[in-house]
Design a protein around this ligand. Sequence first.
Ligand SMILES: Cc1cc2nc3c(=O)[nH]c(=O)nc-3n(C[C@H](O)[C@H](O)[C@H](O)COP(=O)(O)OP(=O)(O)OC[C@H]3O[C@@H](n4cnc5c(N)ncnc54)[C@H](O)[C@@H]3O)c2cc1C
Ligand code: SF4
Length: 331
Amino acid sequence: MHPFALSRADDPAQAIAAQERDAGLAFIAGGTDLIGLIKDRAALPERLLDINCLPGMAGIEPLPGGGLRIGALARMSDVAADAQVRRHFPVIAEALLAAASGQLRNMASMGGNIMQRTRCAYFRDEDELPCNKRRPGSGCAALHGLNRNHAIFGWSEACVATHPSDLAVALAALDAIVIVRGQAGERSVPFGDFHRLPGRTPERDTALERGELIVAIEVPASTEACASHYLKVRDRQSYEFALVSAAAAVALDGERIRSARLAMGGVAHKPWRLAAAETSLRGLSLGDSNGLRSAIAASFTDARPLAHNAFKVELAQRAALRAIVTAGTRA
Ligand SMILES: Cc1cc2nc3c(=O)[nH]c(=O)nc-3n(C[C@H](O)[C@H](O)[C@H](O)COP(=O)(O)OP(=O)(O)OC[C@H]3O[C@@H](n4cnc5c(N)ncnc54)[C@H](O)[C@@H]3O)c2cc1C
Ligand code: SF4
């Protein structure tokens, strides 16, 4: 095990300053991803700063207008069980409950969840196989290797990994905002801009800069959010990362879709919003399966499957269809 020093932060400004000036220091919340990364030698911080005692970061508070501010240190279990989340944002509660195991959810924080790193086996493996995310410039073993679990959208020659968080897919569908605090104060990052596509720098997963701390995630209220659903397809039901997943939210006029939000997991380096499908779904009846299928297909014309994951193109469209129909039954 890589040795590290552990200390505890009780002041956010000091924690942020410490991380900005020290490249060997990492924040630790639940530790459920970071400790695994250290064991796999995919992260080798020399100092861990425990942020669990930072004040005001664990609550779930209503926002004016019906939205919610969820503290970055709120535990996944607590958010999934929260009455307001379950009633007004069921897609968030369902995504959380579909993730990891009960024990992990009790430890794992909301901020840590959206910061977790890819489960690409080459990235997590100690072997010296090429991985640009683990060792920038070394190549990508998955591009022509085992890539069944990898991306079908937005990948680059440098990296074909997917983002593993279920929660992030739900937050992307709901246009959540990540509240980030740095030395210069707070900034709001729209969820769609928080995670990055790999491009030539796959070692960077997010828009977070060194010396920035996620303090909260804000979820705006919407009619669609109340009628929402998360569907996850995985190799085993007990606990497993998504092969593909769909977060859907709809507003209806009678039986017809007035507006829809659709985001997918397991298909790209970041949660993948189906913008073309959202436009095409407007005005369709929930009972019009063929129409819904064609509308969803509008977002798959630019799918680029790899050697082992062409099945995801069909699977993802079926998941999106089921998620939309189930969400519609809640409207
Ligand atoms: C066996 C197993 C199965 C899993 N299955 C799933 C699954 O199916 N779906 C799913 O979504 N997840 C799954 N997970 C991942 C799990 O949800 C994450 O490990 C967890 O959410 C991370 O939260 P944490 O608080 O433990 O983060 P930590 O491990 O403490 O931190 C993770 C990263 O986030 C950074 N960080 C933490 N908090 C902040 C903050 N406030 N600001 C800035 N940076 C921060 C840390 O520095 C670190 O880089 C699984 C994990 C395991 C071990
Ligand atoms: S897909 Fe990304 S994480 Fe996986 S081996 Fe390639 S560069 Fe590494």
